[in-house]
Design a protein. Sequence first.
Length: 310
Amino acid sequence: RSRSMLDNYAGPSAAGLERVNSRVQRRAAGAHSKASAPSSKILLIAGAALILVALVIALFLIYRYTSADQKNDSFVEAAGLDPQTEVVADDADPNAISINWEALRRINSDVVGWIMIPGTRVNYPIVQTVENEYYLTHMFDKSVSDSGAIFLDYEANSKLQGKNNMMYGHNMLDGSMFAALSKYQDQAFFDSHRTILLFTPEKNYKLEVVSVLLCEAQDKIRQVNFADDTAYRNYVNLLLGYSVINTIDATAPPTGLYSLATCTGVDNSKRFVVLAKDTGEVVTSSDAAQPTDGGSDPAAAQDGAASDQG
């Protein structure tokens, strides 16, 4: 009997199989190359877009911070101070500093004081209005800004002569406003930056930093008025429970406090508070030597502080 062709077929040779496999692999590689080319382009475009977005954001932040710095410099100049001095001199003499209150009132009649911390960038006017939200988003001239302004609690004594004169300011990434306060948790910084200079139209003060607090945002530490001395002492003892550095004698607390508060923490969930007391040193009134350049009546301007919201 004759055998079929299939009976005579011994199968493909090893060399033939290798050639076929090689051809298949080349075709697969070519197909993969063609498919991956668009993916690579997409990745390149996406990467370039991300870089561009990051650059735009960085430029915007630089512009925003620069703009705020320029405005703050203009406030310093209006006060009759040197805007070229970025850091307040360590040996700044409060008796040699004169604040032009008339010029500041023409910019904003909410002004109640001026604060300096030698050795830092803290050199700003202090404002007060009818609530505590407005100056979180508005600068001293009432322009909208994330930098905000340094402001006195709306319930505090407007002459900064209360039992607790509580002030607030943002902890800005560029080191402006109250950003320097967070440095006080370092003992060496605390020891070398104990002086705060506070100027008001009525009186000037040389303050001494006495305690540093770190607390949660929800902790109830905001209080500026007290029924009596016992309530005040109890409040001071409450504050000392949050202290990270402290020189206050709980049995004989200062007769009055100046509290400087700012946000801290990755998500701003904490509050950093620097407590200071009046040293009692006599400082020349800045009104006695301030320049006179005309303008509105200071008393009238002060009376209109609450209504000039803008």
